[in-house]
Write a protein that binds this ligand. Structure first.
Ligand SMILES: Cc1cc2nc3c(=O)[nH]c(=O)nc-3n(C[C@H](O)[C@H](O)[C@H](O)COP(=O)(O)OP(=O)(O)OC[C@H]3O[C@@H](n4cnc5c(N)ncnc54)[C@H](O)[C@@H]3O)c2cc1C
Length: 340
């Protein structure tokens, strides 16, 4: 078990019955919240273990809903778009019996033998839960910024740094992490790198500013007000509040992300200081029967391959725990028959 993760059964709040809600009950072995790579991978493993599973996805764009093209996912030498990868993943999960519901999960609560949730007009009951709800990126926002995401607007150097050779790159962020990324970017031999704070006040330490200067990285303290595109999704320039226009090819938005962990919190799941869900190596949280996988579980290594791995690990742990529970119930039944 991961250091610092305690397993406790949380009994806070009144256990609500679905009868109380008055909705038809849909029962599953596992409820998977989030239909990105983590949730899909969990559903495939659960389906192939002949466990009933339902996956909830919603309109709110998770990272895998943006038009990104992955060049680092194993097995695709020409790269693969995330939308194609997740469409294939859904098909694969459906082939093994997974049900998909396109609705946001609004409430999640304990029940006598597991968990109950509401999504759309329906209620669902499950013996285990996988929270694969991802994060919301704090993009450098200006009118039409969404068009650039995944094409010339990025956040992750491991995903897109490789393509920065001979490019004019702007790193937008106002902290040490943004400055570090700008300096790491030099390894890809870009034409130039600029750091834009996108904030009126400077949030960098004096020694960091000196290091940026030593590396030939320009630092601009200003805010983006609009952009000009060469073609849809391709930057030509950004226009700053102070009136300057900076020509660029790519922009890395390094303004942080907020984990979607409200449902976890409502169940009493332990979070780290940044709001990410604490899990052990198999995706178990501190609440029995509640697992988490993908970007919502950690601050670093937010990758498709990691999310898929974590979803599979959580599903494997659930499969074993359900087997153990079923065996225990079987033994109790057996001994009751012997007594008779
Ligand atoms: C522009 C961009 C480029 C990237 N490039 C790469 C790359 O090249 N290589 C790489 O490995 N990774 C890349 N990533 C990162 C990768 O997309 C993520 O690591 C991955 O998608 C995480 O998967 P996930 O399943 O944890 O979360 P997500 O893919 O974010 O999926 C979570 C889903 O949960 C849903 N959800 C949240 N709350 C609820 C709720 N209450 N009810 C129902 N549904 C809910 C969301 O709508 C979302 O669809 C990139 C990301 C972006 C944004």
């Amino acid at each position: 078990m991961h250091a610092g993760v305690k397993r406790t059964v949380v009994t806070q709040g009144k256990a609500l019955s679905l009868m109380d809600i008055g909705a038809p009950v849909n029962r599953y072995d596992a409820l998977v919240i989030g239909g990105g790579p983590a949730g899909l991978s969990a559903a495939i493993y659960l389906g192939r273990a002949c466990r009933s599973v339902v996956v909830f996805g919603c309109e709110r764009p998770g990272r895998s809903r943006w038009g990104q093209f992955n060049q680092n996912y194993l097995g695709f030498p020409d790269g693969i778009s995330i939308t194609d990868l997740t469409a294939q993943g859904r098909k694969q999960a459906e082939k093994f019996g997974a049900t998909f519901v396109e609705a946001e999960v609004k409430t999640l609560m304990h029940e006598e033998h597991g968990f109950a949730l509401t999504a759309g007009e329906q209620s669902y009951r499950g013996r285990a839960v996988v929270l694969a709800t991802g994060v919301d990126d704090q993009w450098a926002a200006f009118r039409g910024f969404e068009d650039y995401i995944g094409k010339t607007m990025h956040w992750c150097i491991a995903c897109d740094g490789y393509e920065m050779q001979s490019q004019r790159v702007m790193v937008v962020g106002n902290d040490e992490h943004a400055a570090e990324m700008a300096m790491q970017m030099l390894a890809f031999r870009p034409e130039n790198v600029t750091v834009l704070t996108n904030h009126g006040a400077l949030g960098l330490l004096p020694e960091t500013i000196a290091r940026l200067q030593e590396h030939g990285i320009r630092l601009v303290v200003d805010r983006i007000i609009e952009s000009r595109a060469r073609e849809p999704g391709v930057f030509e320039a950004i226009v700053l509040q102070g009136g300057e226009e900076i020509e660029l090819d790519h922009l890395f938005s390094v303004q942080g992300a907020v984990p979607n962990s409200a449902l976890a919190r409502s169940l009493g799941v332990e979070l780290n200081e940044s709001g990410y869900i604490k899990v052990d190596t198999e995706g178990r949280t501190n609440v029995l029967g509640v697992f988490a996988a993908g970007d919502v579980t950690r601050l670093f290594s937010h990758q498709v391959v990691t999310a898929a791995h974590e979803g599979a690990s959580a599903a494997s742990a659930i499969i074993y725990e359900l087997y153990e529970k079923d065996e225990d119930a079987f033994r109790v039944q057996d001994s009751a028959m012997e007594v008779r």
